[in-house]
Design a protein around this ligand. Structure first.
Ligand code: 13P
Length: 278
């Protein structure tokens, strides 16, 4: 019954909803400033050969903090059709916070987006829904769009708790935004057990969680805002499997780790996403 309803559903609802696909590369703690310049230039050279991708996909690179300036310079001088994102931020505007980076600093460097709440930050650096929420508000105030990550552990999945867990992360992380602010946020659904492991959920299972995320957004911010939010899949997304996720109606792109560190593989994923743009 479920399979039948899937087979007859429209191929894609995203275009009609005005959701532009996004392909974002999270470089994590890889690439020195010099290496980052080479990678950004290589990506730029490859995508310039493909105007359809440039026209139809938001292409985002997320280098480490120390690379942001050098990559920003490449993007600016080459007029590269890519946007820049940071991987983390602190929520205060300025102050005596040794080692931290303020939202306004990212905006000044040309960051359009910033990842918040990645599971690696939650796991290794004590990030919580409450600190994610502070970061989300601080970024929005500075004009930088959050890419807010959520996703369950294998334990939670095996216990059948995925949707409740992820819904709560999304509710708490975005709490207090206006509907217009929430509509601009990007949510990345990244099952922790799929990150860097080569394991992936079925596209249908990933979409079920993404649909549930959208329902949570609808309950919190209203349906018009919920249908505007872009939801990305992340976790061992690769050139070989992105084409399975992209047809899913609530998946609007991908947040890519390992496969984003190679220009050819990243750009091939951009091209795949362009094939699903409407
Ligand atoms: P991988 O694509 O390497 O699994 O990483 C996913 C991720 O964590 C992106 O933020």
């Amino acid at each position: 019954m479920i399979a039948e309803s899937r087979s007859v559903r429209p191929r894609k609802g995203r275009g009609a909803m005005g959701r532009r696909p996004m392909i974002a590369g999270n470089w994590k703690m890889y690439k020195t400033p010099a290496e980052a310049v080479v990678l950004a230039q290589h990506i730029d050279n490859l995508i310039l050969d493909d105007p359809r991708s440039v026209e139809s996909v938001d292409i985002v690179v997320c280098p480490p903090f120390v690379d942001l300036k050098s990559v920003a310079t490449v993007l600016e001088f080459d007029h590269a059709p890519m946007m820049l994102a940071a991987q983390n931020v602190f929520w205060e505007a300025e102050g005596a916070y040794t080692g931290e980076i303020a939202p306004g600093m990212l905006a000044d460097l040309g960051c359009s987006y910033c990842i918040v709440g990645h599971s690696e930050r939650r796991q290794y650096f004590g990030e919580t829904d409450a600190t994610v929420n502070k970061k989300v508000h601080a970024l929005v105030a500075a004009g930088v769009t959050p890419i807010m990550c959520c996703g369950e552990s294998l334990e939670t999945r095996d216990a059948g708790g995925t949707e409740a867990f992820v819904r709560e992360q999304v509710r708490a992380g975005l709490e207090g935004l206006t509907a217009d602010q929430a509509a601009e946020v990007v949510v990345a659904y990244e099952p922790i057990w799929a990150i860097g492991t080569g394991r992936i959920p079925t596209p249908e299972a990933a979409n079920d969680v993404c649909r549930s995320i959208r329902a949570t957004l609808g309950a919190a911010f209203g349906q018009p805002a919920a249908i505007r939010v872009r939801i990305l899949y992340g976790g061992s997304a690769k050139p070989e499997n992105l084409g399975l996720f992209m047809p899913e109606p609530d998946i609007d792109g991908a947040l890519i780790g390992g496969a984003a560190l190679d220009a050819e593989s990243f750009v091939s994923m951009v091209k795949t996403a362009a094939g699903f743009a409407e």
